[in-house]
Design a binder for this molecule. Structure first.
Ligand SMILES: Nc1ncnc2c1ncn2[C@@H]1O[C@H](COP(=O)(O)OP(=O)(O)OP(=O)(O)O)[C@@H](O)[C@H]1O
Ligand SMILES: [Mg+2]
Length: 252
């Protein structure tokens, strides 16, 4: 259990037991706008989406339909404006900065630009994610990073710097980093886009395996039709509206 006391003294208590019906992401009537005044443009319309614990949900949709916007809102990387968006039991609409930060600590992000630090080795890049967690000792962080790099098939590349790794290998480091601190939710934006189909498939299978082992929920944007079968559910965004939101299946 992770309990954090915020400055405003409201307790942020992120624990799966606190989630209503094990719903990790719970979105109701969410609208989102970019711009102001005459330039204000609505990009998300009445989004309703519930994602259960341990569920793997893939999101598809044409370019510009709002996928990345919905993903960044879910991850607390952008503030939701209208409607309700509960992530790990915390209402993100109107949430304090501190609350948002605590929610983020429970999320692993895999975005297309790997954002690996060039001056750090693969091992050190992965360890970085553990350092955000005061409850992990440096010994635990090291062991966990090693374990994660082994899991993504990079046992022999731990001491390599990003410049000396291939695109697929960098993507694996990013996955190891995202899953390093046992996140409850993983958000991935086209993680296989830069990979050939075989490596792409391998990457999502690694994510699927690790997620099932750890009970992690995954929301992944993809255009890659060859990986759709790893999903428990596929949702489709079109012009800012969500379709094909099938019946929720919650795995215990
Ligand atoms: N920071 C921003 N300011 C203004 N408009 C934005 C901003 N970010 C995105 N948009 C607009 O919002 C809409 C949705 O963009 P978004 O990036 O969510 O689409 P997407 O579905 O992820 O597309 P792609 O598949 O090309 O990545 C687009 O019309 C885009 O132009
Ligand atoms: Mg996008």
């Amino acid at each position: 259990m992770l309990t954090f006391k915020s400055k405003s003294q409201d307790l942020v208590n992120i624990e799966s037991g606190n989630l209503d019906n094990n719903i990790v992401v719970d979105v109701h009537q969410l609208n989102h706008y970019f711009g102001k005044g005459n330039l204000k443009k609505q990009v998300l319309f009445d989004i309703n989406l519930q994602i259960g614990k341990g569920e793997i949900v893939l999101m598809t949709g044409p370019s510009g339909s709002g996928k990345t916007t919905l993903l960044t809102l879910s991850g607390g990387l952008r503030s939701p404006q209208e409607g309700s968006m509960r992530v790990l039991g915390v209402e993100m609409v109107g949430a304090s900065k501190r609350k948002v930060i605590e929610v983020r600590r429970n999320i692993g992000y895999i975005f297309q630009a790997h954002n690996l630090l060039k001056s750090l080795t693969a091992q050190q890049n992965v360890q970085m994610a553990g350092q955000l967690h005061a409850e992990m000792s440096s010994k635990e962080i090291k062991e966990r990073a090693t374990e994660m790099l082994d899991a993504v098939g990079l046992s022999d590349r731990k001491s390599y710097y990003p410049d000396n790794l291939s695109g697929g290998q960098k993507q694996r480091v990013a996955i190891a980093r995202a899953l390093m601190s046992h996140p409850k939710l993983v958000l991935a934006d086209e993680p296989t886009a830069a990979l050939d189909s075989k490596s792409g498939r391998e990457i999502v299978e690694i994510m699927q395996k690790l997620a099932k082992e750890q009970g992690t929920t995954i929301l992944m944007v993809t255009h890659d039709h060859r990986i759709l079968d790893v999903a428990d559910r596929i949702v489709h965004l079109e012009d800012g509206c969500l379709a094909q939101n099938d019946v929720l299946t919650v795995s215990e």
